[in-house]
Write a protein that binds this ligand. Sequence first.
Ligand SMILES: Cc1cc2nc3c(=O)[nH]c(=O)nc-3n(C[C@H](O)[C@H](O)[C@H](O)COP(=O)(O)OP(=O)(O)OC[C@H]3O[C@@H](n4cnc5c(N)ncnc54)[C@H](O)[C@@H]3O)c2cc1C
Length: 404
Amino acid sequence: MAKATHDLLVVGGGMVGATFAVAAARAGLRVALIDREAPAALEAAPFDGRASAIAYSSHRLLATIGVWPHLAGHAQAITDIRVSDGESRLFLHFDHRELGDQPMGFMVENRFIRRALFAAATALPTLDFRAPATLTALDRGAVLVEATLDGGERIAAPLAIDASGRNSALRRQAKIDVVEWTYPQTAIVCTVAHERPHRGVAHERFLPAGPFAILPLPGDRSSLVWTERQDLAPTILALDERAFAHEMRRRFGDFLGAVRVEGPRWSYPLAVHHAHRYIADRLALIGDAAHGIHPIAGQGVNLGFRDAAALAEVLVDAMRLGLDVGAAPALETYERWRRFDNTVLIAVTDSLNRLFANDIAPIRLARDLGLAAVNEIPPLKRFFMAHARGTVGKLPRLLEGVAL
Ligand SMILES: Cc1cc2nc3c(=O)[nH]c(=O)nc-3n(C[C@H](O)[C@H](O)[C@H](O)COP(=O)(O)OP(=O)(O)OC[C@H]3O[C@@H](n4cnc5c(N)ncnc54)[C@H](O)[C@@H]3O)c2cc1C
């Protein structure tokens, strides 16, 4: 096998893979990052209606690796979160001031996050960013992996990081099984413009078909993640603009004045998947390649950011000790750390979805009383708020705002 050309090969420059690559390269590892999408297409990408809730701790990670300054003017702080159940008058209100000055998180359009990551990636001399480039083969040997790209080029490194998303071919090739299940739900995603300001408040409304989330964007706009019954969603998605807007308003209400849909509608069948292992010989999985959760808590990419930060930390520590970054001990530390944390969140989001999608009267009453009770018990409320901000558990240093 050839000599190593890099310390790490990252396959997939989505939000998670690119974050990992920037974090590792800033700390001195020589990283090759490949993605099949051309950065030029991303630069020119118009508004497409897809946005993510970035938890406060994920924002600290992006700030510490120099990505956040590229997002100036594109991030909307989430100051409050209001959770309500259908028509019930009982609710739960999280006000960031109960925890301090900092917001719960930020809403940012995905295209801006990816652009900011690419801007940070191209400025790093230790990051060899190749795109558009597709991985066509990966040989994993005893001491090195050797990748072949579609242009015939070869990259050799002691470790490959699979950040290629939900349908990862590398995961299949490594014979890592996933546990998966689907929900009879589809998420309809779109952006709306409204007459009155949202004041940074995110709303999570539990309707019988599933959660209806209204998430504040810069300006008088919000991103909607509207969970609908799987059998009904195609009919709603096929409605003309007027009828679609009418259905949207029935759920949205008029608390922000007149509302209109802006840009395209997207839909995602909702499912969970979780890899049995996050590692194999000279391979580590991060982000959606390892797990995917229900978007009920807006945590999917945040879990991926935690994987990226934890793996970067473990590998940079190994490099500084002069150890082989692709050897089993470092990878096992990463797997133990992240798989447990992700398993807990998958279970919690799954239970929440099942609890709130249930329309049986006593269950509805019990959960409404539960919401109202949490609202009145400050320590319990602060506990949930800390979870939403992503500041609970053993955080990787980057999520604490500490450079590697
Ligand atoms: C409806 C919905 C709403 C959501 N909202 C939120 C939210 O508010 N907050 C949140 O935290 N999360 C949210 N999520 C989840 C979040 O979008 C995903 O977890 C996240 O995008 C995963 O990022 P990733 O980088 O792991 O994978 P991906 O985004 O899938 O990136 C994979 C990359 O790998 C590249 N690639 C694949 N194969 C190859 C190859 N062979 N060679 C080269 N390149 C390759 C692809 O081009 C792609 O760029 C939501 C999800 C859904 C469905």
